[in-house]
Design a protein around this ligand. Structure first.
Ligand code: PEP
Ligand code: MG
Length: 865
């Protein structure tokens, strides 16, 4: 016979699968001898069966009846009895905490007669009626599915007994049945209602977001009610074994005298600090502190606790490993190591990369919560305050005079780079986490909120209009929260980040930075994955190195073709003859060589993977419409020629057009120029005794033939530079795998590649057929809300689809070339969840923007445990 019911005394915290988290913890406290109001748990198995078949298991009724009889015998009272009636709470509790997502029904057992008995037994008539009123309300809503408003329509009244009559009528009118006076019926129906609440819309949505499997089901905890609202010698509270905000040791919490638990949760009355209980009821306080020590010892972690004091008797109602801030997580984990409670491996499991990332940036002070002007995609974390400007030139101009500015655009293009560098933050109304603004801002560690579609950006009128129609002119000060994805009017107060300072300078200033340093050191000692950075400038490279990067996994050379160099690129692409093109390429060569020399110097002794140019063409050519207007109004020969050329090269879908390796194959001399610049930079570094480790990476390859041709050219140029310089220039030549075809033919491609690096941004874009620039802001919100995506596939790697392509490419690439070095340099390289996947898939390294390097080190360490 399957057991569906366990008394608290029969379980333990290792039984969370069966008893749910709450039930397992109640059992644990009971086993430890703590004063837990007695009760029993109906298992998740019973719920699963109910959900699968629409009926509870046959044996359940009898098992609940037995458990109830035993409970009544134990406490010497009858459920809903006429003399000091026993009342029960019925609460959901799944394996993973789903706060507030499922149902709770309190005061089961009350009815027209027992309410009088309760009033008599407690001497509190009003509270007895109020409890009955609450039962009717919860039961009506949860068990009978009556709209909650029907119970809220009744305003506050002085007479809860009258409200009871009103609510009974609501139930009668809505269902045609009377509220059941039979306590057992109330109980059974409440249990079923809790089962059903597993599949409520909000519970399903919560699970999809939190990656909680849908098939676990909830347990149901049935427990003797105790009352904290029976006078000054009663009360209720919550307690933490350490401060969940800072992690400091000590006893923290709130106490509410003469009140019930819901009053605390609902914030109906002001609580007093827990220490006050010591004054009010020293015996209960001392017991509570002792129980807290017992629990922390048992759980080896911060516990949070709910308790009630009923006429001077302390009851423990709930405990669990407590939620905490990022700061507290690091401090507590390392404190527990010092206290010899856990080891460093376990400490590493107690923190996460997302928490570290949160600690790295300045943030708005906690009390600075103002209502946001608008919401967008939290694309690059941190907090910034500044005056809004609408173009790059204005950003540069104002910043040069010492102003702090926020660059506001509909979306950014490579042309905006100087403005992005000058600004404190970037705000766009379009685009998602892999839009240009997001990727570039993240790379620079700039705050960025993008895709704030509620905002209207009018660059011509130089105004920003908020959804409430507030119109902000250029120069208006706003605050941008890149962690929360919000925009606020005015200057919110900023708090500095000691962890950010530590990671940048190595300066430790207290317990928190010590804890972060130790955790990272341990992560580095256990991780197998290398952590490289995506960086395009010597400054970014140097910063990445300070943050612990072990190389550059992606240097995007197209980022070096911007600003004043754009004219040269334009000339190169549009050149009508060899002479013009060579002139443009010759002018670019020394500039590129200097770029590479700087980066190789900053990363001396470490690999630097330089990717050949990969621009969507539109980003490098003048805007067709603007040019057409110019030609129509002030025609010049140059502009006319330019327009003809731009029209000739116009593409409706540049992301799938002449970019990546394709550009190198159709623009003669381009690959030669870039490879020569790399090779000559290597020689320059060798000449001064450096240890340059340049690698050449070819983007957007779809077939091995493309790679073969580029490789031949590159090898020829490397040989020429070697001959001419007298230094042997050796650069491994590899490819990005960022098209499904490349992944599926990786076995062939590996024949011509010294390494692979997954470009998961493009691989996601092309595998899903989703535009990385548009999709996040357009329909992703609807997809997330409907649970089709648990997270954006541009943020967290889609393991089933894109991940499968990655696995195939790793397997087939290494079948051709055992030991082939493989990394990833798409944005997923810095995403905690994806890093675990890359570890499991056998990649050699991940590469991410410099500011994500510390979190990536941490996650790579966790993945290795
Ligand atoms: C990618 O596609 O994942 C990648 C790293 O290249 P980019 O973002 O420059 O297209
Ligand atoms: Mg790409």
């Amino acid at each position: 016979m399957t057991r569906y019911v366990y008394a608290f005394a029969e379980g333990g915290r290792e039984m969370a699968d069966l008893l749910g988290g709450k039930g397992a913890n109640l059992a644990e406290m009971t086993r430890l001898g703590l004063p837990v109001p007695p009760g029993f748990t109906v298992t998740t198995g019973a719920c699963r069966e109910y959900l699968a078949t629409g009926a509870e298991p046959e044996e359940l009724g009898a098992q609940v009846a037995d458990a109830l009889a035993e409970l009544e015998r134990r406490v010497g009272r009858g459920l809903g009895g006429r003399d000091n009636p026993l009342l029960l709470s019925v609460r959901s509790g799944s394996k993973f905490s789903m706060p507030g997502m499922m149902e709770t029904i309190l005061d089961i057992g009350l009815g027209d007669e027992s309410v009088l008995a309760l009033a008599k037994a407690t001497g509190r008539e009003r509270s007895a009626w109020d409890s009955y009123r609450r039962l009717l309300q919860m039961y009506g809503r949860t068990v009978l599915g009556i709209a909650p408003e029907l119970f809220d329509r009744h305003g506050p009244t002085d007479d809860p007994a009258q409200l009871v009559e009103d609510y009974k009528k609501v139930i009668r009118d809505a269902t045609g049945e009377e509220f059941p006076q039979e306590p057992a019926e109330q109980l059974y129906r409440a249990i079923r209602a809790v089962f059903r609440s597993w599949n409520s819309e909000r519970a399903r949505l919560y699970r999809s977001r939190e990656h909680i499997p849908d098939d676990l089901g909830t347990a149901v905890n049935i427990q003797v009610m105790v009352f904290g609202n029976l006078g000054p010698d009663s009360g209720t509270g919550v307690a933490f074994t350490r401060d969940p905000a800072t992690g400091a040791r000590g006893v923290y919490g709130d106490y509410l005298p003469d009140a019930q638990g819901e009053d605390v949760v609902a914030g109906i009355r002001n609580a007093v600090p827990l220490a006050e209980l010591d004054r009010l009821d020293p015996t209960s306080y001392r017991q509570l502190v002792a129980h807290m020590a017992t629990l922390e010892h048992q759980y080896r972690d911060l516990c949070d606790i709910e308790f009630t004091v009923e006429h001077g008797t302390l009851w423990m109602l709930q405990t669990r490993v407590g939620k905490r801030t990022a700061e507290a997580a690091f401090r507590i984990a390392e404190a527990l190591v010092d206290e010899k409670v856990i080891d460093e491996d376990e400490a590493l499991t107690r923190v996460g990369g997302a928490q570290l990332a949160r600690l790295m940036f300045p943030r708005f002070e906690a009390h600075a919560d103002t209502k946001p002007l608008a919401h967008g995609v939290p694309a690059s974390p941190g907090a910034a305050v500044g005056a809004i400007v609408f173009d790059s030139a204005e950003a540069v101009r104002r910043a040069a005079t010492g102003d702090e500015v926020i660059l506001v655009r509909r979306e950014t293009t490579p042309d905006d780079l100087p403005g992005m560098v000058a600004a404190e933050a970037v705000l766009t109304s379009r685009g998602g986490k892999t839009s240009h603004a997001a990727v570039v801002a993240r790379g620079m560690g700039k705050v960025c909120v993008c895709g704030a579609e509620e905002l209207t950006v009018d660059v011509r009128a130089r105004t920003l209009t908020a959804p409430d129609r507030t119109v902000l002119a250029e120069g208006t000060v706003i605050s941008v929260d890149g962690t929360a994805g919000t925009v606020h009017l005015g200057a919110l107060p900023l708090a500095d980040s000691p962890v950010g300072r530590f990671l940048d300078t190595g300066e430790r200033d207290g317990v928190l930075t010590d804890a972060v340093a130790r955790t990272l050191q341990h992560a580095d000692s256990v991780r197998r994955l290398g952590v490289h950075a995506n960086a395009d400038t010597p400054e970014d490279a140097a910063r990445a190195r300070r943050y612990g990067a072990e190389g550059i996994g992606l240097c995007r050379t197209e980022h070096m073709f911007l600003g004043e160099r754009r004219g040269l690129v334009e000339a190169m692409i549009l050149a009508e003859d060899e002479i013009g093109r060579h002139a443009a390429l010759d002018a670019l060569l020394p500039l590129q060589r200097a770029d590479f020399t700087g980066i190789l110097a900053a990363m001396d002794g470490l690999p630097v993977t330089i990717r050949l140019i990969d621009p969507p063409l539109n980003e490098f050519l003048p805007d067709r419409t603007e040019l057409a207007v110019r030609v129509a109004t002030h025609p010049t020969v140059r502009d006319r020629r330019l327009l003809t050329a731009v029209e000739r090269m116009h593409e409706s879908n540049p992301m799938l057009g002449l970019r990546g390796v394709r550009l190198g194959l159709v623009v003669p001399g381009l690959v030669e120029m870039q490879v020569r610049a790399i090779a000559e930079a290597v020689v320059e570094r060798l000449r001064v005794g450096g240890d340059p480790r340049a690698e050449i990476m070819v983007p957007l390859v779809g077939t091995v033939e493309e790679l073969r041709i580029v490789r031949e050219t590159a090898e020829r140029v490397l040989a020429e530079v070697s001959d001419a310089s007298g230094f042997t220039v050796h650069c491994p030549i590899g490819t990005m795998i960022e098209l499904p075809r490349a992944a599926l033919t990786a076995g062939r491609i590996a024949e011509a590649a010294d390494f692979f690096s997954f470009g998961t941004n493009d691989l996601t874009q092309t595998a899903w057929g989703l535009s990385r620039d548009d999709a996040e802001a357009s329909f992703f919100p609807a997809y997330l809300a409907q649970g089709i995506f648990a997270a954006s596939p541009f943020e967290t790697l889609d393991r089933d689809g894109v991940g499968r392509l990655v696995r195939i490419a790793v397997e087939e690439g290494r079948a051709t070339k055992p030991g082939l070095k493989i990394g990833v340099c798409g944005e997923h390289g810095g995403d905690p969840d994806s890093i675990h996947f890359f570890h499991d898939t056998g990649l050699d390294y991940v590469s991410c923007s410099p500011f994500r390097v510390p979190a990536a080190r941490l996650e790579a360490g966790r993945a290795a445990l």
